[in-house]
Design a protein around this ligand. Structure first.
Ligand code: GDP
Ligand code: MG
Length: 400
């Protein structure tokens, strides 16, 4: 039997972001390697329960990885002296955008990976923009491939560092004060002491710079469903990050709008049973007697009676300007883009009231009628997407 997860440290959700090939996956593997080696290093047990996760096990296609009651296929887990982390690393830019805008990643902080050889690239900028939109307030920069700009080329790294700080400042982050750590994921994986120390310095920066967010553990339980799996012999399992409240084995829960009311028969994190999951935890819940197709990504599992799905709401929306990656042309009432609310992706009709039209770059009030009911509440953030790109970001102001 698997050993239970015992909560001894605060849990945070973080992730790598940045341009393709800048070394996100290599660095993710290196983080686990450095901590796993500490964990087995005699008196220095700072790595806690961290297990090394090699590159190939992080960067595979999600379908290939469905085994057991895993949480999220892109997640790895590690532990520093002071915290337990779930770390998400996405295989491609499209996966990244989707998980960021839907909020599935629920990041408390992010490690922005920038190759010191290549500098800021388009996806670097887009991920910073997305991070800002979805409320990731703390970013630590890993200036990666520092091994390749050693010696006389070090000035290149200085230039890239300036460029990253400017990019962050331009998006409303404190670019002058964010930690920028020069690392080499590749050399740290190979065990070179100088670079394992650099990776440790990056972890220290994350530990100190990213605060533990406030967790609403006393609110009614709510889990936005990220994934639904069937475990042979056990039943239907839903995975995701707990948004608020707590849940234990034996608790009654419902899936509002899906006609499902049931009992939680298993709670796991990273394949280990836990006595109680709370806000911020990445979990898998086993649900008694629920058919695989009764629940889908975008639904929520909630304390019975705590939520009612709706489809009409009013919101304040910022339409991205063309230079922010938004549309080139105005939108009018009747426009029907996709709305990404929590993990749900739903078409919606917009009504701009008397104005009737809104231009890219403007912030406007709109009424939205979704194509189906989803749990809504004032304050809920969402993204508006069209043809695979983000064209707006908004907040629900009232629900009808
Ligand atoms: P990702 O697309 O951002 O996940 O990038 P990968 O981790 O797949 O790395 C892309 C390429 O860069 C691979 O060939 C890596 O071996 C190489 N790479 C990653 N990190 C480093 C590094 O620190 N130094 C050097 N020299 N190469 C690296
Ligand atoms: Mg990768």
């Amino acid at each position: 039997p698997k050993t239970a997860y015992v909560r001894t440290k605060p849990h945070l959700n973080i992730g790598t972001m940045g341009h393709v090939d800048h070394g996100k996956t290599t660095l993710t593997a290196a983080l686990t390697k450095v901590l796993a080696d500490r964990g087995t290093g005699g008196t220095d047990t700072g790595g806690g329960t961290t297990a090394y996760v090699p590159f190939d096990r992080i960067d595979r296609a999600p379908e290939e990885a469905a085994r057991g009651i895993t949480i999220n296929l892109a997640h790895v887990e590690y532990e520093t002296d002071t915290r337990h982390y779930a770390h998400v690393d996405m295989p491609g830019h499209a996966d990244y955008v989707k998980n960021m805008v839907t909020g599935a990643a629920q990041l408390d902080g992010a490690v922005l990976v920038v190759s010191a050889l290549d500098g800021v690239m388009p996806q670097t900028a887009e991920h910073v923009l997305l991070a800002r939109q979805v409320g990731v307030d703390h970013i630590v920069v890993a200036l990666n491939k520092a091994d390749a700009v050693d010696g006389e080329d070090a000035v290149l790294a200085d230039l890239v560092e300036l460029e990253v700080r400017e990019l962050l400042t331009a998006h409303g982050y404190p670019g002058d004060s964010v930690p920028v750590v020069r690392v080499s994921g590749l050399r740290a994986l190979e065990g070179e002491p100088r670079w394992t120390a650099a990776v440790q310095a990056l972890l220290d920066a994350v530990d100190t710079y990213v605060p533990v967010p406030e967790r609403y553990v006393d609110a009614p339980f709510l889990l936005p469903v990220e994934n639904v799996l069937t475990i042979t012999g056990r039943g239907t399992v839903v995975t995701g990050a707990v948004e608020r409240g707590t849940v234990r084995v034996g608790d009654r829960v419902e899936v509002p709008g899906a006609g499902v009311e049931t009992v939680v028969t298993g709670v796991e994190t990273f394949g280990r049973p836990m006595s109680e999951a709370q806000a911020g935890d990445n979990v898998a819940l086993l649900l008694r007697g629920v058919a695989r197709d009764a629940v889908r990504r975008g639904d929520v599992v909630a304390a019975p009676g705590s939520l009612r799905p709706r489809r009409r709401f009013t919101a304040r929306v910022h339409l991205l300007a063309a230079r922010e990656g938004g549309r080139a042309t105005a939108v009018s009432s009747g426009y029907r883009p996709q709305f990404h609310l929590r993990t749900a992706d739903v078409v919606g009709d917009i009504d701009l009231g008397a104005a009737g039209v809104a231009r890219p770059g403007e912030t406007v009030t709109m009424t939205v009628e979704l194509g189906r009911d989803v749990p809504l509440e004032a304050g809920l953030g969402f993204a508006i997407r069209e043809g695979g790109r983000t064209v707006g970001a908004g907040t629900v102001t009232s629900v009808e």
